[in-house]
Write a protein that binds this ligand. Structure first.
Ligand code: PGA
Length: 255
């Protein structure tokens, strides 16, 4: 399965900083062969990313979108507005949106459907909090979040869907999940997808691990049978460290 490595910049980088990053990352592009690489800048930096990555194999993702096509939703952005800037992917249900902005499973589900209907590939984020983990709720949380998001989808949608398992306690903390935990979660995602749509269709899905991924630890995740990519926050902010991370991931899979 082709690796997919995404840079989630969160609320970082102006348009000027985005342009500089894209210019720097492109220099290493030949070293990323066989990996889907994408950057997910803030909305206002999408035009700069689009211009800076023109003619490149590096793709662009957004960090969020609204589920409606248009309407009285002040401050929100619709899928078609993203497509206009060459956006191909969209992160949906990131834990910061679920936990800081109160995004619900129901909203996440509507967004996933709207993204697919517009031709965007959703990167659906899910994962348990520290207290849910301590209470042994990890599998139940993954099941609840995934089941809600798969509702209303068709088997063929799994070919476009990316699921990012991101335990909340691992995000931005430097405390990355163990490879065993990441594999358990990713394997569970596949099992649940197979229950819904059959084993053959579930094979089309790609599952990323996210949470304190860096060049030094990415290899241990990419070697896992059920993980085929990473969603990267902090270590994606510098072109040099992001490039090193992509190269390390590639090496782990080639060996
Ligand atoms: P991190 O963030 O790599 O900084 O832990 C990952 C994410 O939030 O997607």
């Amino acid at each position: 399965m082709k690796l997919i490595i995404a840079a989630n910049w969160k609320m970082h980088k102006t348009a000027a900083a985005t342009a500089a990053f894209c210019q720097a990352l492109r220099r290493d592009e030949a070293l990323f062969e066989g990996v889907d690489v994408l950057v997910c800048p803030p909305f206002t930096s999408l035009p700069a990313a689009s211009a800076g990555l023109e003619g490149s194999t590096i793709k662009i993702g957004a960090q969020n979108m609204h589920s409606e096509e248009k309407g009285a939703y002040t401050g929100e952005i619709a899928a078609a507005m993203l497509v206009e800037f060459g956006v191909r992917y969209v992160i949906i249900g990131h834990s910061e949106r679920r936990h800081l902005m109160g995004e619900t499973d129901q909203q996440v589900s509507l967004k996933v459907r709207a993204a697919l209907a517009t031709g965007l590939q959703p990167i659906l984020c899910l994962g348990e909090t520290e207290s849910e983990r301590e209470q042994g709720q990890t599998a139940a949380v993954i099941k609840r979040q995934l089941t809600a998001a798969l509702e209303g989808l068709a088997a063929k949608d799994l070919l476009s869907l990316v699921v990012a398992y991101e335990p909340v306690w691992a995000i931005g903390t430097g405390k990355a999940a163990s490879a065993d935990d990441a594999e358990d979660a990713a394997a569970l995602v596949y099992r649940l997808a197979a229950e819904h749509f059959g084993a053959e269709s579930a094979k089309g899905l790609r599952v990323q691990y996210g949470g304190s991924v860096k060049a030094e630890n990415i290899g241990s995740y990419m070697a896992l049978p059920s993980v085929s990519g990473a969603l990267v926050g902090g270590a994606s902010l510098e072109a040099e460290s992001f490039s090193a991370l992509i190269q390390a991931a590639r090496k782990a899979v080639l060996h």
